[in-house]
Design a protein around this ligand. Structure first.
Ligand SMILES: Cc1cc2nc3c(=O)[nH]c(=O)nc-3n(C[C@H](O)[C@H](O)[C@H](O)COP(=O)(O)OP(=O)(O)OC[C@H]3O[C@@H](n4cnc5c(N)ncnc54)[C@H](O)[C@@H]3O)c2cc1C
Length: 397
């Protein structure tokens, strides 16, 4: 580890890997530090990503694709189903990754581009001079390093602390932090070509249960519930265990993971002097699905490019880096986050009776070229009472 780099990236997830690769490709000196001893583990993810979304960054490789999915199935509280084909979803249904391998591949590509990677290397504080970030204190194997950089990219994920230490409020309200538990369940009868989403406020309050296939008879089966809905005897794991006992009583569990997903609005500002915040650290996961792999890669790549341009121009001030914040907010990603937050807010607290009525009304829908907007408009058409209950949502679409 050297004392000085052009760019220091904190976190070796998809956001950090893309940021490091992109900045290194421009010829800058780049260091990526990852606090865990190995990239990609433990996996805290259901590993689903759209085929088109993935293709923006990397060619699909069977060595890190666990399953290729052809449809998504939404199941309402009483078991009513609504199926969306991959074509209708515009390529949004896609792959179930093997992130243990995928995340390593992304970081390896950053190494190939010239970035230096240090694992088991934890950033414990920013180096602040004159109120601005100038680098970070890194702990590795019992030693402490002071690493300075022209730009620091915080890609430290949902548990992000680095921006907070630098004075940016990154707090996620508890009710907007989904608390998640997931098992890999084997030897079960599933549709290996379908990602399944089960919604019910009784069975998974303010969240959903997912079944994402990892093979013909195995799947990631998990649940996310609002942090405020969790308590003694009704934690996410209790809800998931009840669901498994009912639906897959003979399934063999070989892995358990827990994790959090922010479903709040993004940070008010994702840059500061010499600092860019990407992916989950900037609270950029999708408020409806909790999906954040694409969003992390998108903002990681953008951050790498913006950092490189700012360094080349000799101005890494907040003002110069604001182009990063503005670009993602004005992009399809920023617009989707605003719209999906409004949709999530509108539907998340609905009781099972209303959810049943909505999913039932969807079951006969034939929608080509499906988008969240088109789907919500079709739901409003079939359920006129929603216009009275959610008048603001139509404006937000
Ligand atoms: C249960 C669950 C299911 C999910 N399912 C999906 C899904 O199906 N599809 C989808 O798209 N998204 C899903 N997500 C969300 C997805 O995992 C994240 O959005 C994505 O990983 C964000 O990438 P990132 O690079 O921003 O952060 P991360 O992937 O979290 O990477 C951050 C990295 O920073 C490291 N780090 C943290 N602090 C420090 C420090 N101080 N110093 C050094 N390193 C540090 C961490 O160890 C970590 O490796 C799911 C999340 C959970 C919890």
């Amino acid at each position: 580890m050297k004392e000085f780099y052009d760019v220091l990236v904190i976190g070796g997830g998809p956001g950090g890997a893309l940021a490091a690769k992109t900045a290194a490709e421009t010829g800058l000196s780049v260091l990526l530090v990852e606090k865990r001893p190995a990239i990609g583990v433990p996996v805290r993810c259901a590993e689903g990503i759209g085929k088109d979304a993935l293709a923006e960054f990397i060619e699909a490789d069977p060595k890190w694709i666990a399953a290729s999915v052809e449809r998504a199935v939404l199941i309402g509280p009483n078991g009513t189903k609504f199926t969306i084909s991959n074509e209708a979803a515009g390529g949004k249904v896609g792959y179930v990754l093997d992130r243990k391998v995928f995340d390593r591949e992304l970081v390896w590509r950053a190494v190939e581009a010239g970035a230096e990677i240090q694992v088991h290397a934890r950033a414990s504080a920013p180096i602040m001079i004159g109120g601005s970030v100038q680098g970070a204190i890194i702990h590795q194997h019992g030693k402490i390093y002071e690493v300075r950089a022209k730009v620091v990219i915080a890609a430290d994920g949902v548990e992000s602390k680095f921006p907070k230490w630098a004075g940016i409020d990154t707090t996620v309200p508890l009710w907007e932090l989904e608390t998640c538990v997931q098992y890999i369940v084997n030897d079960i009868d599933i549709d290996p070509k379908a990602n399944v989403f089960y919604i019910s406020n009784e069975a998974c309050p303010w969240g959903y249960i997912w079944i994402f296939p990892k093979g013909p008879r195995s799947a990631n089966i998990g649940i996310g519930i609002a942090g405020t809905k969790s308590g003694e005897g009704h934690r996410a794991k209790d809800y998931l265990d009840r669901y498994l006992a009912k639906e897959f009583p003979n399934g063999k569990v070989t892995e358990l993971i827990v994790g959090g997903v922010p479903v709040c609005r993004p940070l008010e500002c994702s840059v500061a002097d010499n600092l860019i915040i990407v992916g989950d650290a900037a609270r950029l996961s999708d408020p409806i699905t909790g999906g954040g792999i694409y969003n992390a890669m998108y903002t990681g790549k953008l951050a790498g490019n913006v950092a490189a341009a700012a360094i080349k121009n000799g101005d890494t001030s907040k003002k110069a880096l604001m182009v990063y914040d503005k670009t993602w907010r004005d992009s399809h990603l920023g617009k989707t986050l605003v719209r999906n937050y409004a949709v999530k807010e509108s539907f998340i607290k609905m009781d099972d009776k209303k959810l049943n009525s909505i999913v039932h009304s969807m079951s006969d829908m034939q929608i080509e070229d499906l988008s969240v907007k088109k789907l919500v408009l079709a739901i409003f058409k079939e359920n006129p009472w929603l216009a009275l209950e959610l008048p603001h949502l139509l404006k937000a679409l």
